[in-house]
Design a protein. Structure first.
Length: 273
C-alpha cells in the first residue's frame, strides 16, 4: 500500500509539473520537479524537464547541473548533451557548447537538434559554409521539420545567395502555410532580387493580418522606394518611424534604397537627416 501510494504520488507530481510546462509556467514546474527529485534523486524525466525549465528562466548553470547528472546516469544521452550545449552557448561558452553538440552527434548520429544547434552556433561565429553543411544534415534527418531549412535560408541570405535563400523560404512556407516568418523572408529575398512588386504582394498579405508589424511596414516602404513611389514610400516610412523611431530612422539613413530620397525635404524631416 505504502509503496503503491508513493509511486502514484510521484506520477501525479510529474503529471502536474508537465502540465505547468505546457502552460509556460516553468517556475511552478521546477518546484514540483524538486519534490520528485527529493524522493527519487535519479528520476530522469524530472531531471531532464527541470533542466529545460531552468534554461527557460535563464538559470543556465543550474540547468547544466541537471544535464550533467543525466549524463552521469546515461553517458549516451544525446538530449542531455544537446541541452547542456544550449545552456553553455547562452553562457558564452562557445567551445563548451560545440563540444556538447559534437558529443550528442557522436552518441546519436541522427540527433537532428544537435546538428541544428551546431549550425546556429557556427552562424554566430560567421563560419557560414560549415554552418550550411551541418544544417543540411539536420534537414536530411528530419525533412518535414522547418527549422533547419528556414535557418539555411537565413544564412544564404546573409551571404547574398538570394536565389537559393528564396527556394528555402518558399519550400518552408509551402509545407507550413502558417509559418509567417518564412513568408516574410520570401518577400525579403524577392526584394533582394529586384522583384519588388511580388515582394509587396507578400507584405500586403501579411499586413492584412499583422497590420502593426513594423518590420513588414518598413520592408514595404523600402520596396516602394526602389520602385520610385514617393508618396507611398514616405507614408509607410512615417508609420514605421511612429512605431520604432530610433531603429527605423537609423535603418533609413543607411538604406541604399532611400538614397534617392536624400534631397527630399519630407524624407529629411521624418528621418532627421
Amino acid at each position: 500500500m505504502g509503496l503503491f501510494g508513493r509511486k502514484e504520488n510521484l506520477e501525479d507530481l510529474l503529471y502536474n509539473a508537465m502540465s505547468l510546462m505546457e502552460k509556460n509556467q516553468p517556475r511552478g514546474a521546477i518546484s514540483l520537479f524538486n519534490k520528485v527529485l527529493k524522493q527519487e534523486s535519479e528520476n530522469t524525466s524530472a531531471l531532464f524537464n527541470k533542466g529545460l525549465a531552468l534554461n527557460q528562466i535563464k538559470k543556465y548553470n543550474d540547468a547544466i547541473t541537471c544535464f550533467d547528472k543525466l549524463i552521469d546516469i546515461n553517458p549516451k544521452d544525446a538530449q542531455a548533451y544537446n541541452n547542456k550545449g544550449i545552456a553553455s552557448a547562452e553562457l558564452g561558452n562557445i567551445q563548451g557548447a560545440a563540444e556538447c553538440y559534437d558529443k550528442a552527434i557522436e552518441v546519436n548520429p541522427r540527433h537532428a537538434a544537435s546538428y541544428f544547434n551546431k549550425g546556429v552556433l557556427l552562424d554566430k561565429l560567421k563560419e557560414y559554409e560549415e554552418a550550411l553543411q551541418i544544417l543540411e544534415k539536420a534537414i536530411i534527418i528530419e525533412p518535414r521539420k522547418p527549422n533547419a531549412l528556414f535557418y539555411k535560408g537565413i544564412i544564404l541570405g546573409k551571404i547574398k545567395k538570394h536565389e537559393e535563400a528564396l527556394i528555402c523560404f518558399d519550400k518552408v512556407y509551402k509545407n507550413n502555410p502558417s509559418h509567417m516568418d518564412a513568408f516574410f523572408h520570401k518577400g525579403i529575398e524577392l526584394a533582394e532580387l529586384g522583384k519588388h512588386e511580388k515582394a509587396i504582394e507578400i507584405f500586403d498579405k501579411i499586413l492584412s493580418e499583422y497590420k502593426d508589424n513594423v518590420n513588414i511596414i518598413y520592408a514595404k516602404s523600402r520596396s516602394n522606394a526602389e520602385l520610385g513611389k514617393y508618396p507611398e514610400t514616405l507614408q509607410l516610412l512615417k508609420q514605421a518611424i511612429a512605431k520604432n523611431p530610433k531603429i527605423i530612422r537609423s535603418w533609413a539613413k543607411e538604406e541604399k534604397a532611400f538614397e534617392r530620397f536624400h534631397t527630399n525635404d519630407e524624407f529629411k524631416k521624418i528621418v532627421k537627416l
